[in-house]
Design a protein around this ligand. Sequence first.
Ligand code: C2E
Ligand code: MG
Ligand code: MG
Ligand code: MG
Length: 279
Amino acid sequence: NAKKSGKSKYMHYDPSMSNALENDHLLISHIKNAYENKEFTLHYQPQINAHTDEIIGFEALIRWYSKDFGYIPPDRVIPLAESTGLIIPIGLCIIEQSIQFALEMKKKFSSNFKVSINISVVQLLESNFEDELFERLERYHLDPRYIQLEITESVLIETSGTMIVKLNSIRDKGISISLDDFGTGFSSLTYLQKLPINEIKIDKSFIDEMLTDSKPAKLVDTILYLAKELNLNVIAEGVETKEQQDYLLDHGCSIMQGYYNSKPLPIEEVILFCEKRIH
Ligand code: C2E
Ligand code: MG
Ligand code: MG
Ligand code: MG
C-alpha cells in the first residue's frame, strides 16, 4: 500500500511516470543516479517524553524527492536499495548525515538526546559494518551515546550468532539499540532474550487500534509490562492524538513519537521545533 500511496499522489503528473514507479528496473537506475547526485535527504521526527515534556531524541528518516517522479516513500526506496546492494553506500551516507545532525543539535541545544538511525539487515550483514560506523563516529568526534540504531527482528534470520556478537560490540561502544516495529513480524520472546537491546518501539498498528479494540489495548499493556520487567526503554510509535497519548501516559508509557507531537521535519524546521519547546 506504500506503493499505492506513492502512486496516487503523483498519478496526475504523467501516466508514464507512475508506470515507472511500478517498474523496479527503471526506479533502480534512478536510485543509483539519485545517490550519485546526493538527492537523498533526511527528515527527523522528534521523540518526546510526554511526562516531562522533554525532547529525548529524533528518528532519522530517508526522503527522496525525485525530479522525475516526485516523492518516493522509503517503503519503496529501501527494498530496492537493499536488493541492489545500494543500501550499503546509501546507508553510510545516512549514518554520516545523522552524525552531523547530532553534532549540530548538540552545539545548539547541548542537551541529552539520541539520533535514531534505521539500519537494514543487509547493512548489518556486511562484515565491516561496525568498523565503518565506529570510524565515522571517531572522524566526527561524536560521543557514541548520541546515536541509537533501530533494527527489526529480521536481523535474527542470521542465526549463526555473528549478528549477536556484532550487536554486542556496537552496544559495548555505547551506541543504543532499539527494536523497531515491535509486536509485528515473528515476535518471539526469544528475541528479547537474545538481542542486546535498550529499547522497544511499540508498532503503530497497536497504537492505531488500542482505543477502539480491547485486544490491541491489552497487547500494549502487556508490552509495557514486559519492557518494565526486562528493564527496557519503551517508545510508542505513530501517536496521532491527544487521547492516544493520554492513554499511554496513564498506562505507564511516557515516550512518544508521532504526528500528534510532530511529523518528521527537515533540519531547519526541527531546529525551530526545538527552539519553541525549549525557550
Ligand atoms: P519506521 O522505522 O517504523 O518509521 C516510522 C514511520 O512511521 C515513518 O514512515 C514515519 O514517518 C511514520 N510515522 C511516524 N509517526 C506517524 C504518525 O503519527 N502517523 C503516521 N501515519 N505515520 C507516522 P516513513 O518515513 O515513510 O518510513 C517508513 C519506513 O521506511 C520506516 O519505518 C523504516 O522501516 C524505513 N526507513 C525510513 N528511513 C529509513 C532509513 O534511513 N534507512 C532504512 N534502512 N530504513 C528506513
Ligand atoms: Mg524506525
Ligand atoms: Mg517502526
Ligand atoms: Mg514501521
